[in-house]
Write a protein of this length. Structure first.
Length: 177
């Protein structure tokens, strides 16, 4: 099935939340309010894979940040306000969330969404020089996508991800310059 990469719009919210619930364990899902605020504050960072009849098969949300040496763990807080962190003239893309519909996993569409959305942001905003993200150490498929796109691990944030009954897992911080 062909999909179209396009900027997200407010009318996509129900589908974005469906994907969020399908893609993440409840303990780490972000709220609809966080996504609405992110879309309002940083629309140039919100992209979707659209199919027919309004169905979405993936989304990627990002913000533009000032480029820092290393990383500040406090900047990666879940459900943070993009209005407080997004800077249109920032030099680094922070990929805050990405999900592909479970029906498309293993088809290569996750990699295409990631690569093409980043490509669009870098093409439209020439000040961008770097990209950063965090990933759960258990998400092997996501880490393969990020490594294939030139991201390397630069550190960890202890105790970031809830893991059900066990101890909280770290967030692996990855960057591409």
């Amino acid at each position: 099935m062909p999909f179209t990469l396009r900027p997200a719009v407010a009318a996509d919210m129900a589908e974005i939340m469906r994907l969020e619930r399908a893609g993440f364990a409840q303990a780490i899902q972000e709220t609809e309010e966080a996504f609405a605020e992110r879309l309002s504050a940083a629309p140039e960072g919100c992209w979707v894979l659209a199919g027919e009849a309004g169905r979405l098969y993936g989304y990627l949300c990002a913000e533009f940040w000032p480029l820092e040496q290393g990383f500040n763990p406090a900047r990666f807080a879940r459900n943070h306000a993009a209005a407080d962190t997004h800077m249109l003239d920032g030099e680094e893309v922070y990929v805050s969330s990405m999900v592909v519909d479970p029906a498309t996993r293993g088809t290569g569409w996750g990699g295409r969404l990631f690569r093409d959305a980043l490509g669009e942001m870098f093409a439209r905003h020439p000040r961008l020089r770097s990209a950063i993200l965090i990933v759960n150490p258990a998400w092997d498929a996501a880490r393969r996508i990020y490594r294939a796109e030139g991201f390397t691990e630069i550190g960890e944030i202890d105790g970031y991800f809830a893991s059900g009954e066990g101890p909280r897992l770290p967030a692996i911080v990855m960057r591409r310059n």
